[in-house]
Design a binder for this molecule. Structure first.
Ligand SMILES: Cc1cc2nc3c(=O)[nH]c(=O)nc-3n(C[C@H](O)[C@H](O)[C@H](O)COP(=O)(O)O)c2cc1C
Length: 155
């Protein structure tokens, strides 16, 4: 099965999880990269403001044919109980082009399930997700997926 793991990572923790799972499953990876103020404090501020206000961020371009993949795994970091802005922008931009998706909620808080977020993702992408799980990014050093619904490739 040809799999693509799509992720956004500001501090590198989600990237580490994506790398681990790509290595384990043989999947390819695509990093979502915001354009403005890269690596600066302004980038971080803009990231937080856009996340909290649900505003879009300008993302770097990519040239990926998603239809080549049998499974798209979308990693979704939770920031202040919300979906991180680069992931939200990516989903809005790619709506209609992503099929056979599974979501992985990456979180540090105790709340592992994010049903509202999952509903929004399905509605915006116009799909019914194949699987959903969550990874706690600090307790769980092996980055094992928990709360798995459906046929996840991270089992
Ligand atoms: C400002 C901020 C707010 C956060 N809020 C939450 C939260 O509400 N719930 C949660 O589970 N994790 C929260 N986290 C943890 C992030 O989900 C976690 O650090 C992120 O997945 C790792 O991202 P990274 O790939 O940029 O390292 C927060 C992190 C930051 C920096």
């Amino acid at each position: 099965m040809k799999t693509l793991i799509i992720y956004y990572s500001r501090k590198g923790r989600t990237a580490k999880i994506a790398r681990k799972w790509a290595h384990k499953t043989g999947a390819s990876r695509l990093a979502i990269s915001p354009m403005a103020y890269r690596g600066t404090m302004r980038e971080y501020l803009q990231y937080l403001i856009c996340t909290l206000t649900r505003r879009d961020m300008e993302l770097d371009l990519h040239n990926v044919d998603f239809s080549k993949y049998d499974r798209i795994v979308l990693m979704v970091p939770v920031i202040c109980g919300m979906m991180s802005a680069p992931v939200r922008t990516f989903v809005r931009q790619e709506a209609g082009r992503l099929q056979n998706v599974e979501y992985v909620i990456v979180h540090k808080g105790f709340r592992a399930r994010q049903p509202k977020m999952v509903r929004w993702l399905d509605k915006t992408l116009g799909v019914k997700h194949l699987a959903c799980s969550s990874i706690h990014q600090s307790f769980n050093k092996s980055f094992k997926a928990r709360c798995i619904d459906g046929q996840s490739i991270l089992k």
